[in-house]
Design a protein around this ligand. Structure first.
Ligand code: ACM
Ligand code: ZN
Length: 535
């Protein structure tokens, strides 16, 4: 009798599974996902039993997120596994980011190679729970066995807080969205022509002068002559930075600060004009674009300033990598500057391209002496780079391809697929997209289609460490707008980062319609176009 009953339960759940495809709802797509017999109802009484304190912390974040689905917050306790519970365990036979998730009649079992891996298992469980049927007293999870691990070790999301600034709560929310998609790097763009955004105790004037612009251009940069006549700016204090870094760490996200050099430095130069080639005066930029004024590479005081800034940055950001920019640094000022020219001669450099290499490599050496490594935009290739620099390819993939062929590590963020400040439909006007960067559309499908290995042989592919979306905020002044650009495209990027080799756009599209319910429950703002069938 019992056997027949079990069989009937299995068939009912399997049928339901089939109908709603519950076993296959997760984004990014798991490596393997098998429906199995059985079901488990998560009620408010179910306890999350975690093997250690770090897993209690991961379980607590899960319970908070699940409360948007369940209308109750599950208790999370340090307890050994037991049937009837959601059990979190380590399994040292698995890799650091690898987990197994089993839902069966006797409970939910997540085992990971590390706490980080269990955290990823919990993101999968959250997505399953949001897709599951609500039944009296809880949500009914159908039996499933998942074995999962990521393809790429670096899965990133960048946010520019310089062109527009966002609150600490906003940045945490951005991190929440990354975490849900198993993104593990937050690249935080902190210094720019239009504003300096990180408190440096040794240079308090940066927070008073560099952090503010007198006004902001209204409308399209190339054509508008209108300004809003409103002072704009702000700074993240070191306490706030620490709070955000800790928040990210709790979600197993490393934070990579970007301190731009030698270009995109007008906010710093406005504060300390003596660091520029001409001595200024400069003004924190009020429009967008590329400045011909950059840090002077001939003055020792420039490097002193940068090293002093980085000394404090290193105290705040424990992750090994520091992004030092390197993009869009025109050579105009260096060509005319006697001190820059003197440096070129004295160092035996051929030209200003090599002067930039001197600049970047000098800062890289200083960081290396302190145990850190650099990431730079693909322009750093121009005058030659050291073997240890990681290249972030943004002007398409060609910089990344060249770097991988040289044997440098690469993060693929080509604007063609990964610039999520670009419009997201093929006809932004007809589709009512807010004013944005209009170079070309980056649709959800386009982001999905990124192949980070294109044009590389097996040996060269080893240097591709991962992928990232970049969210520049010239035209993005509110956090709702940030989310509108991030979601759902971050999901497409996540699937390339996590599930490379196991991608299928049509299946992804089907799962996105399911994941959307969780976005709604979490109160995330997302772009409607894809969900309305518009590309
Ligand atoms: C960049 O978009 N300038 C890296
Ligand atoms: Zn100079």
């Amino acid at each position: 009798m019992k056997r027949i009953l079990l069989f009937i339960v299995a068939v009912v759940c399997a049928t339901a599974l089939y109908a709603a495809d519950y076993a296959n709802v997760i984004v990014p797509r798991p490596l393997s996902c098998q429906a199995v017999a059985g079901e488990f109802v998560v009620t408010p009484k179910v306890v999350v039993r975690a093997e250690n304190e770090a897993l209690v912390a991961a379980g607590t974040i899960f319970a908070q997120n699940l409360s948007a689905v369940l209308d109750a917050t599950l208790a999370v306790k340090k307890l050994s596994p037991k049937s009837g519970a959601i059990n979190l365990q380590l399994d040292k036979t698995l890799l650091t980011e690898e987990y197994k998730l089993k839902i069966a009649a006797d409970g939910v079992w997540i085992a990971g190679g590390s706490e980080r891996a269990v955290f990823y298992g919990l993101q999968s469980l959250l997505q399953i729970a949001a897709a599951a049927d609500e039944v009296k007293g809880g949500v009914k999870l159908c039996g499933v066995e998942i074995a999962d691990k990521p393809h790429f070790e670096y899965r990133g999301g960048m946010l520019d807080v310089c062109r527009h600034i966002f609150t600490v709560e906003d940045v945490k929310r951005y991190i929440d969205i990354l975490a849900l998609h198993k993104i593990n790097k937050f690249h935080w763009h902190l210094t720019e022509d239009q504003g300096w955004r990180i408190e440096i105790k040794r240079y308090p004037e940066l927070s008073e002068v560099g952090a503010y612009r007198n006004q902001t251009i209204v409308g399209r940069n190339r054509t508008s002559k209108t300004y809003d006549n409103t002072r704009y700016g702000g700074i993240f204090t070191q306490d706030q930075v620490r709070e955000i870094v800790a928040y990210a760490a709790d979600r197993y996200i490393d934070v990579i600060p970007e301190i731009e050099m030698p270009g995109h430095a007008i906010a710093a130069l406005t504060t300390y004009p003596e660091l520029g080639c001409t001595g200024g005066p400069y003004e924190v930029w009020t429009r967008w674009g590329i400045s011909k004024d950059i840090y002077c590479a001939g003055k020792e005081s420039t490097f002193e300033f940068i090293e002093n800034v980085l000394s404090e940055v290193l105290e705040l950001f424990p992750y090994k990598y520091i992004h030092i920019g390197g993009d869009e640094a025109p050579r105009d000022a260096w060509k005319k500057c006697p001190l820059c020219q003197k440096r070129i001669k004295e160092e035996g450099l051929k030209n200003e391209h090599q002067l930039q290499s001197y600049f970047m490599e000098r800062v890289e050496r200083w960081l290396a002496e302190r145990g850190r490594s650099i990431i730079g935009w693909d322009e750093i290739l121009q005058g030659g780079i050291s073997k240890s620099a990681t290249v972030m390819s943004w002007r398409g993939s060609k910089g990344g391809i060249a770097a991988a062929k040289l044997g440098n590590n690469v993060i693929m963020t080509p604007n063609t697929h990964c610039y999520i400040d670009y419009y997201q439909t093929s006809d932004h006007k007809a589709n009512g997209e807010p004013l944005g960067n209009g170079r070309f559309p980056v649709t959800l499908r386009k982001t999905y289609e990124l192949d980070p290995y294109a044009e590389l042989n097996a040996e060269q592919q080893k240097f591709i460490k991962g992928v990232q979306v970049n969210l520049w905020t010239e035209y993005i002044a509110t956090f709702d707008h940030v989310q509108h650009m991030l979601l759902p495209r971050i999901a497409a990027l996540a699937e390339t980062g996590w599930s490379y080799g196991n991608k299928d756009y049509d299946d992804f599209a089907r799962r996105m319609h399911i994941l959307r319910k969780l976005y709604d429950k979490q109160g995330f703002v997302y772009a409607p176009y894809f969900f309305n069938g518009i590309e």
